[in-house]
Design a protein around this ligand. Sequence first.
Ligand SMILES: [Zn+2]
Length: 338
Amino acid sequence: MDLERYSRQILFSRIGRKGQEKLLRSAVIIIGCGALGNVIANNLARAGIGRIKIVDRDFVELSDLQRQILFDEEDVKKRLPKAIAALNKLKKINSSIRLEAEVLSVEPRNIEKLIEGSHLVLDATDNMETRFLINDACVKNRIPWIYGGVIGSTGMSMNIIPEKTPCLRCIIDKVPLPGTLPTCDTRGIINPLPNVIGSWQTSEALKILMGDDSLNQDLIYLDLWQGTFKQSHITKRGDCLTCGKHDFRVLESKEISWVTALCGRNAVQISPPGKINLSLENLHHTLKKVGEVSYNGYLLSFKINGYELIVFPQGRVIIKGTTDKSIARSLCAKYIGL
Ligand SMILES: [Zn+2]
């Protein structure tokens, strides 16, 4: 294989040719393809990680372009799913690695299958619910993962190596984590922040994948506006439900239909349990008589009474215009029949 494209990285003595070859044999999964996921995917694809899987449940909107570096106005116009838009761009950046995209919501019933075969999981999600799920699945399957969170001008990150380091649940009761509370709808974000945290996660990822022993052991916290950086040493809790007692309660709630309010989007997502094969073409035909409907080959949009229902093939629906879960459920039942 021609390693010329990685020559500057190979020159860096801590990586070298051996390290590069290891990276090329590595497989990672990036969960979430928003601001952090874009930065991480961009970095890892250019660095030559052999296999990269991107998972995201959402589609590209205009307000994403301020910080989501892989997307452009064309993606917004086409309302492409983020995972697909990212995949298209990454293929142009590095066509010599294996890239995969999954348009779905990461849930208890699919996460173990998704992370299977990956050497590392990168957290680029925007909510604690999914992070706890990642924590359960990774500790159970002994796969390292890197937590990352961003909000306003503050961000944090931590490496979680099962059986070696504390896990997310070890820290969450102790430290009220800034950047992890559900306030991203009100506090906004400045665009250098995901570049910094996503890049921090990337360098930790390179070290983990190469087996380098200089991993960062701490929870790091920085505020770009204040110009401050802190490292907190976290200790493993003996009574931790997850890494201590191996009680994977988030992961085990497999049959629950996940109804979640989407952070900062004035929207609710409903993801039915089990597999549903919904024909979006038929639905398009049916809903035409009721309201404004469009279909782009990946998702269907239906507007009615000030709400918008975005329907994905597996029966997952994002309801925009409300954060009320019962309103969302009834709209879904009424128009989609789910
Ligand atoms: Zn723990």
